[in-house]
Design a protein around this ligand. Structure first.
Ligand code: PMP
Length: 415
């Protein structure tokens, strides 16, 4: 029999103390962190209950507030055509497809959604999954393995990191948007691994800046690497018609091996997609664990995303309104001397305050004055770069944007 690994034997000595979750040291540390929010004098900003759909405003505790906390970028959640499509879907198909799509879970709505998304994105085919986060995890876990390397942007979303962990591939971050650094890593490592996957986002969700897609395409071709672009925040928001960073940069869609995106933001639903060549998507459809061994999208979610995709394709003026509002917010914030970092060209505008207690207090004051913007701390962003994050939508009114930025500037100056 193979020798018992040394670690396992040593582990026997400390196993007894770790058998109760409540007593994990990390649970204790977390409880302390939670307590510190109370010590700051600010109300706990987490899990606030919103009493209705959120577009430009929201209702909390019976109070109407101006909202910059939700990524309902185009106002499609709550749009009458989307609601109507969902009602019809539930009447016809019920609330669950009650099986994997491969078996008895296939419905016409989901087939139409995937066709509509593929056409909108300008690729052969597309596959949808029930969670955006799980889409990255299972896709990266499936594409690469222990013989491979993933090079990802240092600010890549947690789902990309979890996918890397699942895959067993080596993983190295490159400094945010630093193409010189990425090239250096490709040059050093390309021949040492079977496959190298570059994983990036179209628009970065904490900083609100864009990927340099043309440079990435050039590098991936030069070094024979694979490229996955997560368009969670760029689909519906970036490019003349909201078709994402491929449209923005005029990059041939086939230059990216896998386009990933979520249905939960501009598309007013819940779930993720993977889009690419017919052959790639066919393979994923029959083999991707998070798809094959998971239920299909609910009829309501498929109907909502389909209606939103159709609206998006038919109403590019909404994308223009979003771009106008985002540009206005960023201009006003910059003019007020707020630290918006590298934000630009996306509807995400951070106000970087650095210290987490100060960030919490400013968020609390904004809330008291009728503006919702979520405070973001480590580990979602680097230590010392705590911020308030504003999601701008097509539904905001110019004077509300002006009012929000003025209140923000006053509260930042006062603290
Ligand atoms: N990728 C990125 C870049 C994201 O920002 C998010 C969520 N905010 C996800 C993936 C996960 O998507 P979902 O919330 O739809 O599961």
């Amino acid at each position: 029999a193979p020798a018992e690994p040394a670690l396992r034997q040593e582990g026997a000595a400390w196993a007894a103390g770790t058998a109760v979750i409540d007593e994990f040291p990390e649970v204790g540390e977390f409880e302390q962190r939670l307590g510190r929010i109370g010590d700051s004098g600010a109300a706990n900003p987490y899990f606030r209950v919103h009493e209705g759909n959120i577009r430009d405003t929201t209702v909390i505790g019976g109070r109407s507030l101006l909202s910059f906390g939700s990524y309902n970028y185009l106002g499609f959640s709550g749009h009458p055509a989307v609601d109507e499509a969902v009602h019809r879907a539930v009447e016809r198909y019920g609330t669950s497809v009650s099986a994997s799509r491969v078996l008895s879970g296939e419905r016409e709505l989901t087939v139409r959604l995937e066709r509509a998304l593929a056409d909108f994105l300008g690729v052969d085919d597309c596959l949808t999954l029930v969670s955006g986060h799980a889409t990255n995890v299972t896709a990266i876990g499936h594409l690469v393995g222990p013989e491979d390397l993933v090079l990802h942007d240092a600010l890549a979303h947690d789902s990309i990191l979890q996918g890397c962990a699942l895959s067993g591939a080596a993983r190295r971050p490159f400094a945010h948007n630093d193409m010189g650094r990425l090239e250096h890593m490709l040059r050093l490592n390309r021949s040492r691994f079977r496959r190298v996957l570059i994983a990036v986002e179209g628009a970065y969700s904490m900083d609100g800046d864009l990927v340099d897609l043309p440079a990435l395409v050039e590098l991936k071709k030069r070094y024979g690497a694979l490229l996955l672009v997560d368009e969670a925040h760029s689909i519906g928001t970036v490019g003349e018609h909201g078709r994402g960073v491929g449209e923005l940069y005029g990059v041939d869609r086939s230059e990216v091996d896998l386009w990933m995106g979520t249905l939960s933001k501009a598309l007013a639903s819940c779930g993720g997609y993977l889009a690419g060549s017919a052959r790639t998507v066919r393979w994923l459809r029959h083999t991707l664990p998070g798809f094959v061994y998971s239920v299909g999208l609910t009829p309501a979610n498929a109907a909502a995303a389909l209606a939103a995709t159709e609206l998006l394709a038919a109403q590019p003026q909404r994308v223009r309104a979003l771009r106008r509002n985002s540009g206005l917010f960023l201009r006003l914030a910059t003019a007020a001397g707020l630290a918006t970092g590298s934000s630009g060209g996306t509807p995400i505008v951070p106000c970087i305050l650095g210290d987490s207690v100060r960030t919490l207090r400013v968020a609390d004051r904004l809330f008291a004055r009728g503006v919702v913007a979520d405070p973001i701390f480590h580990p979602a962003v680097e230590e010392g770069l705590s911020r308030l994050r504003f999601f701008v939508t097509s539904e905001h009114h110019e004077d509300d944007i002006g009012r929000a930025v003025s209140i923000l500037a006053e509260e930042v100056a006062a603290r």
